[in-house]
Design a protein around this ligand. Structure first.
Ligand SMILES: [Zn+2]
Length: 306
């Protein structure tokens, strides 16, 4: 009987991480990075797809990517739609963008009354631009046209999408918004238009690579001296050429982190092809970069105030 009770207690507590996660907000003071989704598109890895928050003094101000499952993590993080200043999408693969309409739908049940900016890449034959994407979803002929009021001004706030030109070679300063600066640079993600983002806030900086190979060799310029570089670690070193055209291997991540002299490296967008190879990944990165390296998990908080 005693053993049965012990087993029950273990079972109860082993099912608790999600419940505990409901209290997984970052500290109330200063600037924090929170990982909402540390996984890729796989749905059998126990991780949400790509999503991140930048917190300042207890408010989640910047949301980067909104892949499947990351909205549930947003809820667990204690973040509020009312506090968000901007949403940044690195690219429009479903595992980076498809919780967006659900976030807008949630507006029926919030008191947000100021416009919400959304930035993402321009399009090509394979992908719409982010403004086209929003029209495809929420426009008058969109799949979720019942949410069109959030574009035309008849609701208390509008979603305001803008495209960042992926043909640009230089860093684009996107907005200087109430104490923080958002900057962008195009990166190579095979045939998919993609943007890396930097947020400078309260003297701290965090950079998001998004999915990318390093064929444009552009990220290190955006990431110069950043407090944290979140690099997408979707492939192991011995990946095939198709995967290498889409993603950067650990050696490339280490090279970028070193060249940019980032203070800390966070590896996210983790996938089954990299799990179990953490020691190998680390030793390859260590050949180039000697700073702290962390493997991200959902809802993990990183302190930028040290
Ligand atoms: Zn992608």
């Amino acid at each position: 009987m005693k053993r049965k009770i012990q087993t029950l207690i273990i079972l109860l507590f082993s099912s608790f991480p999600l419940s505990f996660a409901s209290a997984a907000s970052c500290n109330d003071e200063g600037v924090w990075l929170q990982v909402l989704g540390s996984g890729g598109p796989e749905i059998d890895d126990g991780r949400a797809s790509s999503g991140y928050l930048v917190w300042q003094d207890g408010k989640a101000r910047v949301l980067v990517d909104l892949g499947s499952g990351s909205l549930a993590r947003f809820e667990q993080s204690g973040a509020s739609l009312n506090d968000l200043d901007v949403i940044l999408l690195t690219h429009l693969h479903a595992d980076h963008s498809n919780d967006l309409p659900a976030l807008i739908k949630s507006s029926f049940f919030t008191r947000r009354d100021r416009d919400l900016s959304l930035y993402g890449p321009t399009g090509n034959k394979l992908m719409p631009s982010v403004t086209g994407f929003v029209q495809n979803l929420l426009g008058q002929d969109g799949a979720f046209r019942y949410l069109n009021d959030f574009l035309d001004g008849s609701k208390p706030y509008r979603l305001l999408p803008s495209d960042i030109d992926v043909s640009l070679k230089e860093i684009t300063r996107v907005s200087k918004n109430d104490g923080f600066q958002v900057s962008a640079i195009p990166v190579n993600h095979g045939p998919i238009p993609a943007i890396a983002w930097r947020i400078d806030i309260d003297g701290k900086s965090v950079v998001f690579s998004g999915d990318m190979s390093n064929k444009k060799a552009s990220l290190w310029r955006l990431a110069k001296q950043a407090d944290i570089l979140v690099a997408h670690h979707a492939i192991a070193e011995k990946a095939n050429p198709v995967a290498r055209n889409l993603h950067m291997p650990p050696s490339e991540i280490g090279r970028i982190a070193a060249k940019a002299s980032v203070k800390q490296l966070v590896l996210s967008h983790r996938m089954k092809r990299t799990f179990g190879k953490e020691d190998e990944t680390l030793s390859i990165i260590r050949k180039k970069y000697s700073g702290p390296v962390k493997f991200a998990d959902d809802l993990q908080c990183f302190n930028l105030n040290d």
